[in-house]
Ligand binder design. Structure first.
Ligand code: SF4
Length: 164
């Protein structure tokens, strides 16, 4: 197939994340979705109860690992499944379910630190909300960003204050 677009290997009109990772890390990169058993201020009553209308029972982490297993077990399982299709892939630990900075800093460190030094894990992707990042947490994220590749995924329902 002829490729007509500059930022695509498979003729996509837009700059895909897959393409970005492949160019940056020189290999296929897969995100392994994890469930660290956090909750969310929009679920536990701090901001609201029951979650956003589109949130699932698993905190929008339906394809994440089983929270009854350790994060490393979840990562190893997810990795094995993806290696069937991409044997040479590298991996990003993707903290997907719920709000992944909504906990004391010690708990965050327990969750994130084990993935920073692994050879097979080229970085972290952390899904959270902007109201759940304390100054202390921000300093910690800055520190992580110096030690590995980091994406912080901020969910929001609207950017328009009047629609709140
Ligand atoms: S902010 Fe995210 S995790 Fe929280 S209720 Fe909404 S969709 Fe679910």
């Amino acid at each position: 197939m002829e490729n007509n677009f500059k930022y695509s290997d498979d003729n996509k009109r837009y700059h895909t994340l897959t393409y970005y990772y492949k160019k940056k890390f020189n290999t296929k990169v897969c995100k392994v979705s994890l469930n660290a058993n956090f909750t969310c201020p929009n679920i536990d009553g701090k901001v609201g109860f029951g979650g956003c209308i589109y949130c699932s029972k698993l905190g929008s982490g339906d394809y994440a690992g089983n929270p009854k297993e350790s994060l490393i077990e979840q990562f190893e399982k997810g990795k094995k499944i993806m290696q069937r299709k991409w044997p040479n892939a590298k991996f990003i630990a993707y903290f997907q379910a719920n709000t992944n900075t909504y906990a004391p800093i010690e708990r965050l460190k327990e969750c994130f630190e084990p993935f920073i030094e692994r050879d097979d894990c080229i970085g972290l992707s952390i899904a959270t909300r902007s109201d759940s990042i304390t100054d202390e947490c921000l300093d910690y994220l800055e520190d992580i960003n110096k030690r590995t590749f980091l994406i912080v995924e901020l969910g929001l329902q609207t950017i328009h204050e009047k629609n709140k």
